[in-house]
Design a binder for this molecule. Structure first.
Ligand code: ADP
Ligand code: MG
Length: 689
């Protein structure tokens, strides 16, 4: 079997389109995705017909617009191709209008007030850049049409439309910068993204016995495992055969859907793994990441596993992220974060690099907010994950170049260094210009930036929307600064260098190459005036709630005031709801599983006259009092008005109490008879083998 032969077999890709469409229609379609030419009715009719024929050949009976509402999942509503002729004869039909626009009337999605009930209709529209694909069912298949989702007024109701807007803004800005620097202007500058996807894979039976995992995605209680990740024997270890078989199947299915999987390996914690694709244009990468998460979940369930995409399913073990590798390139394949081969290219690289650093400096708050969620809060700032202070790592060689540049000296990186491994038969390896720094939330890794704060369960849409818009704004500023130097009579290169120096003067305090986990960095960051937004309610308020922080998104036209307000509202509300669900689940576990075990255990302990009896009873008493308090707090929550205040209440009152309860439960778990304790423990869940 050759992967190259089955790759994309379930997609309506260019190869199929070339075969199924007339040359003229295909040409017009290409002009649409490359030059943004509007699709005429005629062309749409031809594509719809060809698409239907292809779908029927592939056993599809239904089609759906497939979109990404603001919930973070994907949504679909299936319609059959089946229609009836005048005489009642059945026939499969698919009209251009059905391809181009859907009206799922999906009025129950959260819209953060964007839609009132009298204008509740939401519309989906085909995104021709992302290929249509087929999802296989047990008996028949479904044609999925990647789409954007918006309201009657044209407000964006999904994660994709704003992302697409931001790529257009970035395209313009990058070309403006290239123009001012005197470089040839390409047709398009696009963002490339490759998301390394981390996940936990555990035994499904165990999972089903943990209602906390099923309802909230994480373990709300659980004493530390005996072994955990202490021996570091899992990371990059050989993949267990049943897991490997799972990965192979996931990858094969994804290949057929045109998702370019590249890497698989064990991650740091036991039962933790990673899958990474080859990078693609961000719009497509965002869709493909959704397909990847969907396929991982589906195949895991089929093979007796449960897949966890929560950012911190197990306390004390590594969390899961989705390292978002990000770069810019054009249709010729030039990567603008590649240092280049000569002075000219290196200078161009520096312009893009400095614009990026400046964007992180100016919009660290919004970038932090773009990945804020109840679940990611447990990961960010933990000692194995990027901290909530947003800084940039560039490596020591580049930092020197930037410092020189700020002081008005242009130095080039001196040739690649070779690593001397001292092994005769091993080819020499080029030393990466960036030594690795795993502690930084945003790191330059040779020819791309890696934004590591994105959570494993989060869609790529919003974080990249924010990043694209921020970088676009910065590129514009740099272009303006260069232009004004030129109009003051300076030469091209001199102007560029002067502008870079001035921009670095403003932004280089966001560069930090040291250990971001250290306490010293927290203090240093404070001195540098960088914010440290630990929790979601605060991060969201600082970003969305501040006119000056949000202005760049409005000015770029990526989000309007309504759309911005809606996203804020939805995120805050979701935070409060998640914490509420967690606390209710915790109470349920206590009543249904934990308390019955404690009662039994106490009876047995009565026969003993040891100290443990007293400790045990005290812990049970404490747990009962705290649980009663939690019940009270939940009643209190219902009286808090407004989701912003509710979120704050959850953070300030409910979460700390849940932590306290957990401490008692975890102590009691360790002291209780295995036969009585109904919840599988951490060692069982992590299934060492
Ligand atoms: P590492 O994190 O170890 O450097 P890789 O070099 O394999 O790992 O890259 C990780 C991810 O970065 C992959 O998904 C890869 O496709 C992506 N990537 C590589 N180059 C680029 C680029 N120019 N733009 C966006 N993503 C990229
Ligand atoms: Mg990486």
């Amino acid at each position: 079997m050759k992967i190259s032969e089955l790759f994309g077999n379930l997609t309506f890709n260019e190869k199929v389109m070339r075969e199924k469409l007339s040359f003229e229609v295909f040409r017009r379609f290409k002009a649409t995705i490359e030059q943004g030419e509007p699709i005429t009715r005629n062309v749409a009719e031809c594509i719809a017909h060809a698409l239907k024929e292809w779908a029927l050949e592939n056993n599809a009976t239904h089609y759906t617009h497939w979109f990404q509402p603001l919930t973070g999942l994907t949504a679909e509503k299936h319609d059959a191709f089946l229609q009836f002729h005048d005489g009642g004869t059945p026939i499969e039909r698919f009209y251009a209008t059905e391809l181009m626009q859907g009206e799922p009337d999906a009025s129950s999605f959260p819209s953060g007030g964007t839609r009132t009930t009298f204008e509740a209709r939401g519309y989906t529209a085909w995104d021709p850049k992302s290929p249509c694909f087929i999802i296989e069912g047990e008996m028949t298949n479904t044609l999925c049409i990647p789409s954007v989702f918006f309201s009657y007024n044209g407000d964006s109701l999904d994660k994709k439309s704003a992302l697409i807007r931001s790529t257009m803004v970035l395209d313009e800005a990058a070309k403006e910068l290239l123009g001012v620097m005197g470089y040839p202007i390409p047709q398009h500058v696009h963002v490339t993204a490759g998301a390394e996807q981390e996940y936990y894979l555990i035994n499904r039976e165990m999972y089903r016995q943990r209602e906390d995992l099923m309802l909230t995605g994480r373990t709300l209680v659980g004493a530390p495992p005996i072994r955990g990740q202490k021996l570091s024997d899992h990371y990059f270890g050989s993949i267990p055969p049943d897991v490997k078989a799972f990965m192979e199947e996931v990858e094969l299915e994804l290949y057929r859907l045109g998702v370019p999987c590249k890497t698989r390996h064990n991650e740091v914690a036991p039962s933790q793994y990673e899958i990474a694709p080859v990078f693609e244009e961000v719009n497509i990468a965002a869709d493909h990441n959704q397909l990847m998460m969907m396929m991982l979940k589906q195949k895991a369930a089929e093979r007796g596993f449960a897949l966890l995409l929560h950012e911190k399913p197990f306390q004390g073990l590594n969390g899961s992220g989705k390292h978002n590798n990000w770069s810019m390139s054009d249709e010729t394949g030039t990567n603008y974060f590649s240092p280049g081969r000569n002075r000219e290219e290196f200078l161009r690289f520096l312009c893009f690099l400095v614009a990026f650093v400046n964007a992180i400096h100016l919009h660290g708050v919004f970038i932090r907010a773009s990945v804020a969620s109840a679940s990611n809060d447990h990961r960010l700032g933990g000692h194995e994950a990027p901290p909530s202070i947003v800084s940039v790592f560039v490596g020591s060689a580049l930092e020197q170049v930037l410092t020189d540049l700020k002081n008005g000296n242009f130095t080039e990186l001196t040739g690649m260094e070779m690593i001397k491994a001292g092994l005769k038969y091993v080819p020499q390896i080029e030393k990466d210009n960036t030594d690795r720094n795993r502690t930084s939330p945003v790191a330059f890794t040779g020819n791309k930036f890696e934004f590591r704060a994105v959570g494993s369960g989060q869609p790529l849409g919003f974080p990249n929307t924010v990043l694209n818009t921020a970088v676009a704004e910065s590129m514009r500023s740099l272009a303006r600064m260069i232009r004004s130097e030129i109009s003051a009579g300076r030469g091209q290169e001199e102007s560029t260098l002067a502008a870079l120096s001035a921009m670095l003067e403003q932004c280089d305090r966001v560069v930090f190459n040291g250990n971001c986990y250290s306490r010293e960095w927290k203090e240093e960051a404070k001195k540098r005036g960088l914010s440290n937004l630990r929790a979601t309610p605060e991060a969201l308020r600082s970003a969305f709630g501040s006119e000056s922080e949000a202005a760049f998104l409005l000015e770029a036209g990526v989000l309007n005031q309504t759309e911005l307000g809606a996203r804020y509202e939805i995120k805050v509300e979701e935070y409060a709801q998640r914490v509420e669900i967690e606390s209710r689940t915790l109470l349920k576990l206590i009543r249904k599983d934990i308390r019955p075990a404690l009662v039994q255990q106490m009876k047995d302990l009565d026969y003993l006259d040891w100290g443990i009896r007293t400790h045990y009873r005290e812990a049970v008493g404490q747990l009962e009092r705290d649980s009663a308090r939690l019940v009270g707090e939940l009643e209190g929550l219902r009286e808090v008005e407004g989701s912003e205040k509710q979120a704050q209440f959850c953070y300030g009152s409910i979460l700390p109490l849940m932590e306290k309860i957990r401490d008692s439960v975890d102590f009691l778990e360790e002291e209780t008879d295995r036969q009585l304790w109904r919840l599988p423990d951490y060692d069982q869940l992590l299934g060492h083998r």
